[in-house]
Design a protein around this ligand. Structure first.
Ligand SMILES: Cc1cc2nc3c(=O)[nH]c(=O)nc-3n(C[C@H](O)[C@H](O)[C@H](O)COP(=O)(O)O)c2cc1C
Ligand code: SF4
Length: 518
């Protein structure tokens, strides 16, 4: 059997030099006259070990990482094709602690094989959920998804089954499934990893959603900054069509479902569902007032399911292993698993899928390994640019929608950004307001004007001008934005601002005191 070498083609690994490694491996194989198959897999998500090269040996896979092109010669000299020891040797990939500690349901296959091999997908249990779904009634599929407790992973945490039921119960000559792959939150890359590393799980989830609700057409709206994901998804849709997974008779059943990939033009607000629909329709990405809900009048005025990539990609395992199996993981009303994306100033950055319930401290200190700089952790922003900053004092908060809400925070798309003690929280608060001012769609005044006034007021605070008055003004502005904005961009910007002020008051002291403290 010719040796198989796995070198990730995922854009995260490519950014860390995977292409150079692949080139060096090819050159070394040619020079040594060795015949081997190079498979470009996705990433398993342990980005601190990327590029992570794996070889298939008689005793299973052996991983090496992070591999540099300059390591390749010595890897061959160490006999890495049969798992030989080397300074980059990591052993069996599923025994690497960062990966071994995970509960991978949605990401069970991600990064293991060539993402475009449908055979590889099926060999690891792919399509079983869809096979079960085509044999069920739409109402039963919806019941199953509802009973699993799955909630939207895009940010709002709305129960997926209830959304699907609304679309199923609404009549329409056409219905749509729209997958939100805009993934605009800072520190998030779960959607990208799925699209580049296991695209068929998303296609399978969308086909199940179509059959469950009577929708025959799906769109995946991908941010323009994800060219690799766009390319993989386009190819995967073609493969799925040829294999009869998509088309007029999904898996030979009477159900029709097909889909297309669309690329956004680059606006954070286009991740908001109604703005996304406008963008998909070729209009400016401005938020629509609700009602009507997209489930009743969505894309082109038709009943539409809009779900995040991870929500849809979690459906196949639910339809394969059952609602009770999925629901068994998690805590409270947060059921199943959540792919936590650990980023920022952190030692072990990457994607960690686990049941809900780990504390923030466990995630940051134990899994993330603390800061990359080795300095103390000062703050962790959870849930993207609209998420609150958590101080160490709140590290006992369990990763759960309700527990985070109780502490004026949110889980969002489950991205966390770690900051060490050099972070200036006044600057972070200013950044939140500035981000909102830049990304605001402009439809409502509290967000459009409030965010700009917010930047100006924080600047006055930084300059030590009337500190008490300006601090009161920022608080007042935040309340107006929170309660008066049409969507969560204006409505949630107060979270990072107010959490900075509440938990790190020393950073908002008048300028002379700040300068003296420095
Ligand atoms: C400003 C803003 C940006 C958003 N960006 C995203 C995004 O990038 N991806 C996403 O899935 N949801 C995003 N959302 C949430 C969506 O509006 C919507 O709740 C989600 O797509 C529904 O899917 P889910 O129920 O599967 O989470 C955003 C919301 C707001 C207000
Ligand atoms: S809150 Fe901001 S982004 Fe949302 S609708 Fe209003 S102006 Fe647009």
């Amino acid at each position: 059997m010719i040796p198989r070498i796995y070198i990730p083609g995922d854009s995260g690994a490519l950014a860390l030099g995977a292409e150079k490694v692949a080139k060096a491996v090819r050159a070394e194989l040619a020079e040594r006259g060795i015949e081997a198959k190079i498979v470009r897999n996705g990433s398993r998500g342990a980005y601190f070990l990327e590029p992570m090269v794996e070889v298939a040996t008689a005793n299973g896979r052996v991983a090496y990482g992070p591999v540099k092109a300059s390591d390749v010669k010595s890897l061959f000299d160490s006999g890495f094709l049969t798992g030989g020891h080397h300074k980059r040797w990591l052993g069996a990939p599923d025994k690497i602690p960062f990966l071994a500690k995970q509960t991978r349901l949605t990401f069970a296959r991600c990064g293991i094989n060539d993402p475009l091999s449908l055979d590889a997908y099926k060999s690891l249990g792919g399509l079983k959920g869809l096979q079960n779904a085509v044999a069920m009634s739409p109402a039963d599929i919806v019941k199953h998804v509802t009973e699993s407790g799955l909630r939207g992973r895009g940010g709002a945490g709305f129960p997926t089954g209830i959304k699907w039921k609304t679309v199923l119960d609404t009549t329409g000559d056409r219905k749509y499934i729209v997958c939100n792959a805009d993934e605009g939150d800072s520190a998030t890359f779960a959607d990208r990893m799925i699209m580049e590393g296991d695209p068929f799980v998303l296609i399978e989830g969308m086909a199940i959603a179509g059959i469950a609700t009577g929708a025959t057409k799906g769109f995946v709206y991908i941010r323009s900054e994800y060219p690799h994901a766009v390319a993989v998804m386009n190819k995967a849709v073609e493969v799925a069509r040829k294999a009869g997974v998509l088309g007029v008779n999904v898996l030979g059943s009477p159900n029709a479902f097909d889909m297309e990939i669309r690329v956004g033009a680059g606006a954070y607000v286009c991740g908001e569902e109604t703005s996304l629909l406008n963008s998909l329709e070729g209009k400016r990405g401005v938020v629509r007032a609700k009602p009507p809900l997209p489930a009743i009048q969505g894309l082109f005025g038709k009943p539409t399911v809009i779900n995040n990539v991870i929500s849809l990609a979690s459906v196949p395992v639910i339809m394969d292993k059952g609602a009770a199996f999925y629901k068994d993981f998690g805590m409270g009303r947060s059921r199943g698993t959540i792919p936590i994306q650990i980023a920022g100033n952190v030692k072990h950055g990457g994607l960690f899928e686990t049941a809900f319930g780990l504390t923030l401290g466990e995630i940051v200190d134990d899994i993330g390994g603390g800061t990359a700089t080795g300095r103390p952790v000062k703050a962790v922003q959870v849930g993207g640019p609209l998420g609150a900053y958590f101080p160490r004092a709140l590290f006992d908060t369990p990763f759960d929608y309700e527990e985070f809400a109780k502490r004026d925070g949110l889980i969002g798309h489950a991205g966390i950004t770690v900051f060490d003690d050099t972070a200036d929280m006044l600057k972070q608060a200013r950044f939140a307001m500035e981000f909102c001012a830049i990304e605001s769609c402009g439809k409502c005044t509290p967000c459009r004007i409030g965010s700009t006034r917010g930047v100006e007021t924080i600047d006055r605070l930084a300059a030590g001008i009337e500190p008490e008055k300006n601090l009161a003004l920022v608080t007042d502005l935040c309340n107006t934005m929170k309660f008066g904005s049409l969507c969560a961009l204006g409505g949630f910007t107060p979270y990072p601002v107010m959490s900075s002020i509440t938990h790190f008051p020393e950073d908002f002291k008048p300028a002379p005191a700040r300068v003296a403290a420095e």
